[in-house]
Design a protein around this ligand. Structure first.
Ligand SMILES: *[C@@H]1O[C@H](CO)[C@@H](O)[C@H](O)[C@H]1NC(C)=O
Ligand SMILES: *[C@@H]1O[C@H](CO)[C@@H](O)[C@H](O)[C@H]1NC(C)=O
Length: 499
């Protein structure tokens, strides 16, 4: 019934004026200073596989996303792939022109591991891949734009996958070796590093749900291994940098986590805490909590469920002794990708299959029906959640530096994208409110600079401040209305009213 009503309204809105689908529900009341701090950094984000194209050029190796899109095109809504995408490998200058027009202070992009090491291994080092990113970094710096470089954003070399990918602890040393290559080649100029982008969002669909590569279906087992190995690879990279590179290079290293915030219709603090422990806390607690280690609710539940299932040990890998100490405190900043939130309550029936993260989580997370929804079925505008999660990080994680590494809205691609403007304004207001309330948040990054390959949604969902003409050989980038608004925010360091 509710769904039907939503569609009816949606159709009506489409026929009347789609750009005014909402104009008051997606906002947030201002609290405190209307101005961002002088040192606050404003940026935009992209990722290699989603924009670069040139999938087999200049010695680049095959990644698991190349393999997946080529062999299982039916897994993408439009059967598309990233072979060409926005062609940023050949057209970085067009991206740079957009970055300059926006006047951003930082640009977050990712390096394709198989461009640097085509097989994933050091023996395959590819100078042309290194040259490409040297060009990108130098051009950014020449224009006063700070690079924030993600080392891994889903595109694992296929040869490492053949060894089990993130299910094999070998990944830890292979990743550190790759990271050292990046520090040696780029660390003189790159001062902001992100090791991994959203481990939960490649581990869960890749190793539990089997709808991302490597399409492994081992829920509650392989996804946990993948999370554990990602965390350890991150921490080992951090420790290596501090020991061998920091003295000369003086950069910062963070891990980017995605998370929703949780609300309770019955103000049940325990339900909310469980939601946070199973989401942000999964990898956040080991690094930023006082005690270290995986969060209590996860450790206890997964141990108990595992024994009930007849196993001899927990499906959640152990994080104790040496590793617990290596991981604890292993980050200079927390990269936060925030899109949406949910209400939460303990489940009244078993969730998901057994075993699985859902079964262990044992919670029912659901949207509020008054929230405004975007094009994806999961994306509701909930700026209160961003303010809430920043305060949670302040209070539970010792107020570490936080950079919002992604936040954005997708639609059909209307150039007059008022919905995106409302979303960005409301979420930046959440960041400003949190900063005014003592949260250590130092930067905000819109996903995304340009339209790109949105994983299983292909090119059907548009996240760009700039549209990309995907059918044109020149792949022209053109600013949407939101690009002009964001530039205005950056210029004034305030959140101007929407006109
Ligand atoms: C913000 O984070 C930085 C880096 O972790 C830290 O040095 C600083 O003390 C923090 N500021 C506050 C107000 O906690
Ligand atoms: C995209 O490019 C094609 C080919 O150059 C052109 O015909 C078309 O009008 C362009 N579309 C837009 C929306 O500019």
């Amino acid at each position: 019934m509710w769904l039907f009503a939503f569609f009816a309204i949606g159709i009506l809105a489409n026929t009347i004026n789609v750009t005014q689908a909402f104009d008051y529900k997606c906002n947030l009341t201002a609290k405190g200073s209307p101005k961002f701090p002088e040192s606050f950094s404003f940026g935009v984000s992209t990722a290699a596989y989603q924009i670069e194209g040139a999938w087999n050029e200049d010695g680049k190796g095959e990644s698991i996303w190349d393999h997946f899109t080529h062999n299982f095109p039916e897994m993408m809504d439009d059967r598309s792939n990233g072979d060409v995408a926005a062609d940023s490998y050949h057209r970085f200058d067009q991206d740079l022109a957009a970055l300059k027009e926006l006047k951003v202070t930082h640009y977050r992009f990712s390096i394709s591991w198989p461009r640097i090491y085509p097989t994933g291994d050091i023996s395959s080092k590819n100078q042309k891949g290194i040259d490409y990113y040297n060009g990108v970094i130098d051009k950014l710096l020449a224009n006063g734009i700070q690079p924030l470089v993600t080392m891994f954003h889903y595109d694992l070399p296929i040869e490492i996958q053949k060894l089990g990918g993130f299910a094999n602890p070998l990944i830890i040393n292979m990743f550190v070796t790759y990271a050292i290559e990046l520090f040696e080649n780029f660390g003189d100029r790159v001062k902001l590093w992100n090791t991994f982008n959203e481990p939960f969002d490649y581990c869960k669909p890749g190793y539990a749900d089997a709808n991302y590569p490597p399409q492994v279906h081992a829920p509650g087992v392989a996804d946990y291994l993948c999370m554990d190995h990602s965390l350890k690879a991150h921490a080992a990279t951090y420790r290596t940098y501090r020991a061998k590179f920091y003295e000369k290079q003086r950069g910062k290293i963070g891990l980017t986590l995605s998370s929703r915030f949780f609300f309770s219709h019955t103000n049940n603090a325990e339900d909310i805490s469980r939601g946070m422990q199973f989401n942000l806390g999964f990898l956040g607690h080991p690094i930023w909590s006082n005690t270290g280690g995986y969060p209590k609710a996860m450790v206890e539940t997964i141990q108990s469920n595992s024994l009930k299932e007849g196993r001899i040990s927990s499906r959640l890998p152990r994080l104790d002794g040496k590793w617990k100490e290596i991981v604890k405190g292993a980050a200079d900043f927390l990269g936060l990708n925030y899109y949406t939130s949910r209400y939460i309550r303990r489940a009244s029936k078993p969730m998901g299959e057994s075993p699985s993260w859902e079964r262990d989580y044992d919670s029912d997370a659901y949207p509020d029906e008054t929230w405004v929804r975007g094009k994806p079925e999961w994306l509701y505008c909930v700026p209160e959640g961003l303010e809430g999660i920043l305060k949670y990080i302040r209070d539970e994680f010792g107020n570490p530096e936080v950079i919002i590494t992604e936040n954005g809205w997708s639609d059909d691609g209307d150039p007059e994208d008022d919905d995106r403007i409302y979303f960005i304004k409301a979420h930046m207001q959440a960041v400003l409110n949190a900063a005014n309330d003592g949260c250590n948040v130092t930067g905000y990054t819109v996903w995304s600079l340009i339209d790109n390959f949105e994983w299983q949604k292909g090119y059907t969902h548009k996240f760009g401040l700039y549209a990309v003409n995907m059918t044109s050989p020149n792949k022209e980038r053109s600013p949407r209305k939101s690009a002009k608004y964001y530039r205005n925010v950056i210029e004034t360091k305030t959140l101007p009213s929407i006109v």
